[in-house]
Design a protein around this ligand. Structure first.
Ligand SMILES: [Zn+2]
Length: 78
């Protein structure tokens, strides 16, 4: 979840982890911690036809989430 300043142009004010509720401080539009951000439009062959879901997950919740995967995520360093 993201909260915005009320201005003509929207600027991220803070980011809140949808899982644990932790607030990630944003200074001048730059988050002070990295987050996992998703925006997904569900397609016709789903039970959520054309719904758009979006959320932000902090790194700690992300790590906890992917640790439960049966197949590990692909990791690449560049
Ligand atoms: Zn979290």
């Amino acid at each position: 979840m993201r909260q915005y300043h009320k201005q003509e142009m929207r600027e991220v004010n803070k980011i809140i982890c949808n899982k644990c509720g932790k607030e990630i401080v944003v200074e001048r539009g730059v988050p002070k911690q990295d987050v996992f951000s998703v925006e997904k439009r569900w397609g016709y062959f789903s039970g959520k036809d054309n719904e758009v879901h979006s959320f932000d997950i902090c790194e700690a919740c992300y790590d906890e989430w992917i640790a439960a995967f049966s197949i590990p995520v692909d990791t690449e360093n560049s």
